[in-house]
Design a protein around this ligand. Sequence first.
Ligand code: ADP
Ligand code: MG
Length: 468
Amino acid sequence: MSDWNYKIFWDEVLRQFKQELPQGVFSMWFNMEYEDSKENTIILSVSSKFLETQTKQRYQKEIEKKLFETSGINLKIEFIVKEKTKTSTDETDNIEVHSQDKNSQNNKNAGNRINNKTSKPKKGYHPALNKDYNFDDFIIGQNNNFAVNAALAISKNPGETYNPLLIYGGVGLGKTHLMQATGNALWESTELNIIYVTAEHFTNEFIDSLNKKKMADFKKKYRSSDVLLIDDIHFFQGKNETQEELFHTFNELYEKNKQIVFTCDRPPSELKNLSQRLKSRFERGLNVDLQTPGFETRHAILLKKMEKKTVKIPDEVLEMVAKNISSNVRDLEAALTKLIAFTELTKKEMTVETAKDLLRDVFGSSRQRNVTIDIIQKTVADYFSISISDIKSKKRTKSIAFPRHVAMYLCREMTECSTTELGNEFGGRDHTTILHGFNKIEEQITADPSLDTTMHELEKLIKEATNK
Ligand code: ADP
Ligand code: MG
């Protein structure tokens, strides 16, 4: 026992958070226990390094603020990581039964098994999953907060919380990472049969099975999964027979409360050449999007990636990279890899100047892709000699409605924004209005080649304005 005991303050602060936060959020992030006190410090335990990092990032300041308000003392918190082992005999019995019953498909009990890491025999990595795609290495920011919470919830209670979960967003924003992290977490903590495939692989395997008359095997394989993870489902567009098979697989798994997770490069409502009934299945559970990360998140991602490297890159260089590459995380990583390779080769310390030199091409193209809605609206308004407020207005005269549709079309082509976001930027319109504008211009371009030339001209002007 130490001379200090601040437990009473901790209990009070915990009670306040419990009142203020939604229940799901509270149980996810305040899953910690009071351990001890030392001078001006409260020591709490959490069950993983991941929880420690994330809780610190999200709540440390707020917790310490509340502790000060409650106690009048400047109390700090410290974490220790303690893997949980269950003590209740009931639960222990339960776990033993299930670990003997390896083929059990009753994933309702998966939740019981999840926290019981220590009693499991060690197994290797899942053959289809990249072990580096785990929750510990995934940085949480405002751009992906909701998606991470959903994935975490699933990795604790598969089949019970959000089913199916569909994660959508532009390229290189972490969809595959998050999906595989869910798979890895479940693989580590349960005996569930987890299948990860890309939609492309699923399609090829389906066709192959048809040709080789092995459909029964194909059906059996997918329909006996407990957790089915299908990456990049936009690939199913136009693949009618595969869609049909997936529809039946989905229904069977869904009926049995098996967990299904999809990723897609756009919201399902924007998928084309997809049967309505399959689309409605994709939309049935929870759809969450990944946005582009802000500067601080980009910086944190670079710092995280550096933790595993032996070479050092000065922080000012990392900051400069995070500032200049805002399009997506994949580009960010590619830039870092380039700097690391150069440092390893030359054995010299990386400077901001050298880094700028090395990454000149990357910065150029990334800036080009960094076209904003404002720039597009302004360029189009100038081009047609109308005002930006006209573009955002509800006026329907042709001289205004046409440029508006053009701007909507270009925004959809040149930015990573969703139609919902675009709707907001066009005077608070519904996302279907954006789609309507887009489709109208698309039709007109086909009918009138001179419009195509106008569009190219506008694209050029927008890129120039972006790079200024
Ligand atoms: P997507 O499937 O959306 O195209 P990926 O999941 O392949 O994107 O992510 C691209 C790269 O960026 C991966 O190497 C991934 O680890 C990394 N990445 C994306 N988001 C994050 C994040 N929030 N924290 C850490 N790494 C990330
Ligand atoms: Mg991917």
